[in-house]
Design a protein around this ligand. Sequence first.
Ligand code: GLN
Length: 240
Amino acid sequence: MTVLRIAVVYPDLLGTYGDGGNGLVLFRRAERRGIAVELIQATSDAALPAVDLYTLGGGEDGPQVLATERLGEAGTLAEAVANGAVVLAVCAGYQIVGARFPAADGAPVDGLGLLDAITEKSQGRRPVGEIVVESELEGVGMLTGFENHGGLTTLGPSASPLGRVCIGIGNGDGTDGACSGRVVGTYLHGPVLARNPALADLLLSWATGRALAPLDDHRELDLHRERLEASLGRRGRRRG
Ligand code: GLN
């Protein structure tokens, strides 16, 4: 690969929760290491480009259905994944790359089927708040984020959870997210990669196919620690 290409998918439809920041974090962490990198804001009015790494963000129920239709028609994302592209999909994006999710009226909508995951409307209160997940991915450790979703997700046998929920709701069964090959879905906003640099670097290493040079990211790590402590400290106080 001469230039690492990263696309933020449909920021005009899936930009409600600031998850476009994930693309920016990936771009800057590559650029600061001297990796030739391009960041594309792939809006829904143009053909989705074939790139090495895609990010999809959260959105409202209506635009989520529209984004799914366009991505399904174009076929580019599924083809790129079959060719080894990396995907980080957050919340609405996570539900879109799964097998099925509910529209605003509850009617089931077929997702892209890149993750073996089915989302249904939560019967309880909408999960909104800080979430902490202990990741199953190598070297990633604890993840901090913010969740805000009406759907809960059940994984099928060919997906594994991103991790175990320590605080919050996530998928609704004690786990959050799903991983299959190089496709990662999660309910964590934040943006998740701004709060969790280790996850950003794992995705970059998958996309570049090489180990990454170290980076002075003490400020990013300070934020990671501060957010974890804020959540875990709060739990401690509630218990006490
Ligand atoms: N519409 C989806 C839900 O409520 C996704 C929400 C989001 O992206 N934050 O479950």
